[in-house]
Design a binder for this molecule. Structure first.
Ligand SMILES: [Zn+2]
Length: 248
């Protein structure tokens, strides 16, 4: 039997199983990093006694995807995977899990939020950029609102959102437009930690957020995988005074 020839790897090369192990670790790190960069989804509680919460919209048309929702370790419906059933095999659908159609827009949430984990834990930040999701059932209400009250475009509109009961989705429903804000006014509110005003006021890159990342189907070009986003741990519980928002 021929003996396997041993080659001495160069410093920049890893041989055999050690290399595979390194690849596995790097993939894990990459996944973790991507996870940390996922935007928060905005949501509101149903028990605010009809009080409204303001949101400033950075885009209006929205993008639609089909997704699956799953509970996290704490029981919150906080894990999401893009459903590919409309163009490829979807492993989640194959498991019998149902998916739904949902519309995403990018918003700035003026209400102060206390950071829950990481280096900045305990710090309170206002004007956070968030993902706003409207499920299929609520979409006609939003469409009608944008048409009748928003002149067909919500961009830079300050919208008061209400949620009267649990049946109304956690993204709430639009109740009125408080006014429009300029990019210059909004720029003054940019939270620290954001790179630039241009970047902050740009709607999310939806393709990279929702892109399925794991190939499961033999058909070329078809991919599927996780598209997790996160919810805040503590939703806001009151309406703040917005007058200062419109001041120069
Ligand atoms: Zn699916």
């Amino acid at each position: 039997m021929a003996q396997q020839q041993k080659t001495k790897p160069a410093p920049w090369m890893t041989q055999g199983p050690a290399g595979a192990e390194k690849a596995r670790k790097l993939n894990e790190e990459r996944k973790k990093q991507a996870e940390n960069q996922k935007p928060f989804r905005w949501f509101m509680k149903a028990d605010l006694d009809g009080k409204a919460l303001p949101l400033i919209f950075l885009d209006s048309a929205g993008v639609w995807i089909r997704e699956h929702a799953y509970q996290d370790e704490r029981g919150y419906w906080n894990k999401f995977r893009t459903c590919t059933v409309e163009y490829a095999d979807c492993p989640d659908c194959a498991n019998g899990d149902r998916s739904y159609y949902v519309c995403f827009r990018t918003v700035i949430d003026p209400t102060p939020y206390t950071i829950q984990s990481g280096d900045r834990k305990g710090e309170t930040v206002s004007y956070n950029k968030r993902l706003h999701a409207v499920k299929m059932m609520a979409a006609p209400r939003w469409d009608a609102f944008i048409r009748d009250h928003g002149n067909g475009d919500l961009t830079l509109a300050v919208v008061e959102i209400t949620r009267m009961n649990e049946k109304e989705g956690s993204s709430g429903l639009p109740s009125k437009i408080r006014g429009r804000i300029t990019r210059e006014q909004l720029a003054k509110k940019m939270p620290k930690g954001e790179k630039s005003v241009e970047e902050w006021l740009k709607p999310y890159d939806y393709v990279s957020i929702f892109q399925p990342d794991e190939v499961v189907d033999a058909k070329p070009g078809n991919t599927v995988g996780s598209a997790d986003a996160k919810f805040d741990d503590t939703p806001p519980d009151g309406l703040q005074d917005l007058d200062e928002l419109f001041s120069d």
